[in-house]
Design a protein around this ligand. Sequence first.
Ligand code: GRF
Length: 218
Amino acid sequence: MNSKIKIAVFASGQGSNLQSLYYAIEQGIIKNGQIVCVISNNSDSGALSFANEKNIPAYHVSQKQFNENSEFVKKILNILKQHKSNLIVLAGYMKLLDAVIVNKFKNRILNIHPALLPDFGGKGMYGANVHKAVIESGSKISGATVHLVDEIYDHGSIILQKTVNIDENETPESLAEKVLEIEHKLLPEAVRLFIEEKVIINGDKLIIKKNGKDAQFS
Ligand code: GRF
């Protein structure tokens, strides 16, 4: 891979995953990658503040700003085109990406989800809701997932997962903290593997070439 992969990050919240990705690039953990823009539907997001602080082009773009959804989609596509983005990372983006964008960037959109998909995913499964549902299920483990994005919430092929244990008196807040900590390692690792072309897409199967060994995911 000789040219830099130009990453567009979509984020709605505090932006800690954006930050972990940024510093993984800055520290050389991810080579050949560059965050070229940050897009958020939330003008007060920590993600946009961080982007501005680091002089990364930051855009507040929300469907509410447009009468037609097609205009909103066009705005997003124009930003991606302007920055020549060829990889999209959803780092806590609370909206379902429009199918037009998903199709244009087929197999080039990664999402991080704070649970072990395919369980505990889908519409409404975000923030404390996810961790509450996992604890109430009686599960002894939870974790985070990085997956390819398709047109259905939290549904695309899984690239990486990492688990955390759920303790006796675990709360949604304490579990969120544990999961977020591993997200900060998992997302940069998945982006690194993707950029190094170690995520082999074979139909709906993925083969992940992790340190020489192949790990097959659904
Ligand atoms: C993370 O828990 C991520 O898994 C979920 O949204 C949260 C975003 O957190 N999709 P941050 O904005 O990256 O701190």
